[in-house]
Design a protein around this ligand. Structure first.
Ligand SMILES: [Zn+2]
Ligand SMILES: [Zn+2]
Length: 227
């Protein structure tokens, strides 16, 4: 999915970006080639140009982040736009100066546009989104921040019962005392048990970049390296 989007970008840029800016646009694609969030934004932007006119993205700013969903401010030649982004897709949810739509504001805990405006003002003091974001600060799978809980179901989350991979160990069955999980209600009950036990939050220093594996596997692998 992401590979497809990435491979479509040169064509989208050829048709959607003014000729004088095409080199700049492609440089940005290369620069962010390992950042799925940016690839999703670039693909959405150049597929459905917000002003229905040739345009070129100049900069990205990550504003908000919650449960694997992020709010980006995207500056282009023609304007500034808000995109809601996760690992699967990006969606245009507003423009400057109107601000993000109500659903997005509420999702990130803003009571209204005024509260959002109060936090961000005229967007002058933002730090540009860097391509190190995915590798260094966020979970490589669900993009939660260092020290935050993963999005439930993230394969990087470590099980607090067995220290294994939470999506792969058997603790969910053991805890629910069932052989099979059949519905959302069971998942919700498991999430409650998980909260009660205490979720292991993402620790960029120890969990990244490789996915957690069982301790034995780590031991085995280190033995191999010694030999
Ligand atoms: Zn995660
Ligand atoms: Zn477990």
């Amino acid at each position: 999915m992401l590979d497809t989007k990435f491979s479509e970008l040169p064509v989208l840029i050829e048709y959607g970006v003014p000729e004088s800016d095409q080199q700049k646009a492609m440089t940005m694609v290369e620069h962010f080639s390992h950042d799925p969030l940016v690839i999703n934004i670039l693909h959405e932007f150049y597929s459905h140009l917000p002003e229905a006119e040739d345009d070129c993205i100049l900069e990205f700013f990550l504003l908000e982040q919650l449960d694997g969903v992020q709010l980006f401010l995207v500056r282009s030649n023609l304007g500034s736009y808000f995109y809601l982004v996760n690992r699967d897709k990006a969606e245009l949810v507003g423009t400057v100066p109107e601000g993000p739509d109500e659903n997005s504001l509420h999702f990130f805990g803003f009571s209204d546009g005024a509260a959002f405006q109060k936090k961000y003002g005229d967007f002058k003091d933002l730090t540009s989104h860097a391509n190190t974001f995915i590798g260094k600060e966020a979970c490589p799978s669900c993009f939660c921040k260092d020290g935050d809980s993963h999005v439930f179901g993230c394969p990087v989350e470590i099980c607090p019962w067995c220290d294994g991979q939470l999506t792969n160990c058997n603790c969910r069955f053991d805890q629910l005392k069932v052989d099979e999980i059949k519905n959302q209600m069971q998942l919700d009950s498991f999430l409650k048990l998980l909260h009660k036990k205490g979720r292991i939050s993402y620790d960029a220093a120890s969990h990244c970049p490789s996915y957690p594996v069982q301790n034995e596997e780590i031991n085995d692998r280190s033995k191999e390296e010694e030999n």
